[in-house]
Write a protein that binds this ligand. Structure first.
Ligand code: 3PG
Length: 386
C-alpha cells in the first residue's frame, strides 16, 4: 500500500492536525517509556521546519467520558523536552467554541496538544459531528499514529475524509518495516507470539504459520493451547471459549512450538519448574521453563528474520521474567533482521538492555498484529494513494 507522504505537499503557513499515539502509562505523574513520544519527533520537526503550526491529538487509556486520571497533561513536559519547544495544552472540550478560539494561538513554528480525544464519546463510534469539529482545528491532517491505525475512529478515519490527509514519517517507516515481513524475507523466518489472549492472536498465528518456518508460543495464551491438547494447567489463566478453536493446532502444525516445560507458582515465593502435563491443580503457570527456553533459543539463533509480540510469562514480576528476558537476549545475539512490537514486549526488551540490537521496534501492538494478519488497517486506507 502506497501512502500519501506529508513531504509531498506544502505545509507553509498551514495549521496541521497530527494524530499521534501518546497512549503511555503514567506512574506517579511520570512517564517511564518515552519511545512513543520520541518516535513522532521526526514528523513534528519536519512540519515545524517547513513553516507549519501543529495541533496534536491523541487518546490515552479507555475512558468512559472525561476522566482526569487519563488526561494528556503529563505528556507536555517530555514532549517539550523531546522537541525543544514550548507545548501549549488545550484542555477545552473538542466541540467547544472556547477551543476553536484558543487554537488560533497555534501559529507557524508552534505546537499545541489537545486533551484526550476519547473524553468525547464520538471518537470510538467515528461520529461525523466530532470529525467535523476536529476538521475545523487544522487545514491538513496527518496520521502518525500507526499503533491506532487498526481503529476506525473519528480522529483516525473520520477527520481524514474531511481534510487533505497524509501519512507522517513514523507511519511510513512502520508500514515499510512491517510490509517487508509480509514479502520475501531471509529464512529461517521465526515468529514468537506470547501475551495473555489467544482469542486476539489466533488469526495472526495461523497467518504466520503459512509464512514463517517456526511459530513459538509462550505466555498465558499458550495455556489455552496446552489445555486444548488435554493437559492440566491448574489455576493458570486460560480462555475456555477458545479451547475448541485451539485444539489440534500444534499437532497439525509441526512448525508451531508450544512450551514443553513451565515455571509454576503455588503462592508467594513457591515456584518450581515442571514439564507440561505435571502442573498441579493448585498451581499457576507463570513463565516458560528452562527446556522451553533452550528449545526456543536454538531456533531463534539460527533465524535470519524474527518477529516478536507478547511476553513469555509474567515478566513484570521477577523471577517470572526469565523466559522473556532469555528470548530477548537470544534475539539480541542473532545477526538477522529482528522486529518486535507491543507495549509489554517493548518494555521487556528495554529491561533486558537488548533494544539497540533489534532492527526495528514497532510502536504498534494490536495494529502490528492485524497488519501481519493481512488486514487492511482503516487508518492506513484513509491516507493511502488511490
Ligand atoms: C495501543 O496501545 O495499542 C494503542 O494505543 C491502541 O489502544 P486501544 O487498544 O485502547 O485502542
Amino acid at each position: 500500500m502506497r501512502l500519501r507522504d506529508i513531504r509531498d505537499t506544502s505545509v507553509r503557513g498551514k495549521r496541521v492536525l497530527v494524530r499521534v499515539d501518546y497512549n503511555i502509562n503514567v506512574a506517579g505523574g511520570r512517564i517511564r517509556d518515552l519511545a512513543r513520544i520520541q518516535s513522532t519527533v521526526p514528523t513534528l520537526r519536519w512540519l515545524l521546519a517547513h513553516g507549519a503550526g501543529i495541533v496534536l491529538v491523541s487518546h490515552r487509556g479507555r475512558p468512559k467520558g472525561r476522566d482526569v486520571r487519563m488526561t494528556m497533561r503529563p505528556m507536555i513536559r517530555p514532549l517539550a523536552r523531546a522537541i525543544g519547544k514550548k507545548v501549549t495544552f488545550f484542555s477545552q472540550p473538542i466541540r467547544s467554541a472556547a477551543l476553536r478560539q484558543a487554537i488560533e494561538q497555534v501559529r507557524p513554528g508552534t505546537l499545541g496538544l489537545l486533551e484526550n480525544i476519547r473524553f468525547d464519546s464520538g471518537e470510538e463510534r467515528n461520529s461525523l459531528v466530532l470529525a467535523r469539529h476536529l476538521a475545523t482545528l487544522g487545514d491538513i491532517f496527518v496520521n502518525d499514529a500507526f499503533a491506532d491505525s487498526h481503529r476506525g475512529h473519528a480522529s483516525i478515519v473520520g477527520v481524514a475524509r474531511l481534510l487533505p490527509s497524509f501519512a507522517g514519517l513514523l507511519l511510513q517507516t512502520e508500514v515499510k518495516e512491517l510490509t517487508h515481513l509480509c514479502g520475501r524475507v531471509r529464512r529461517p523466518y521465526v515468529a514468537i507470539i506470547g501475551g495473555a489472549k489467544i482469542s486476539t492472536k489466533l488469526g495472526v498465528v495461523k497467518q504466520l504459520l503459512r509464512r514463517t518456518d517456526y511459530v513459538l508460543l509462550g505466555g498465558a495464551l499458550a495455556n489455552t493451547v496446552l489445555q486444548a491438547e488435554g493437559l492440566a494447567v491448574g489455576r493458570s489463566l486460560t480462555e475456555p471459549a477458545m479451547v475448541k478453536a485451539s485444539a489440534g493446532l500444534s499437532v497439525a502444525q509441526p512448525r508451531l512450538k508450544i512450551p514443553v516445560d513451565v515455571i509454576v507458582s503455588s503462592g508467594p515465593g513457591t515456584i518450581r519448574a515442571c514439564s507440561v502435563g505435571q502442573v498441579g491443580a493448585k498451581e499457576t503457570i507463570v513463565d516458560i521453563g528452562p527446556d522451553t527456553v533452550e528449545l526456543f533459543r536454538r531456533i531463534i539463533v539460527k533465524a535470519k528474520t524474527i518477529v516478536w509480540n507478547g511476553p513469555m510469562g509474567r515478566y513484570e514480576q521477577p523471577p517470572y521474567d526469565r523466559g522473556t528476558l532469555a528470548v530477548a537476549r537470544a534475539i539480541g545475539r542473532t545477526p538477522g533482521r529482528s522486529i518486535a512490537g507491543g507495549g509489554e514486549t517493548l518494555d521487556a526488551i528495554h529491561r533486558s538492555g537488548q533494544a539497540p540490537r533489534f532492527t526495528f521496534l514497532s510502536t504498534g501492538g494490536g495494529a502490528m498484529l492485524e497488519f501481519l494478519e493481512g488486514k487492511i488497517l482503516p487508518g492506513l486506507r484513509a491516507v493511502a494513494q488511490t
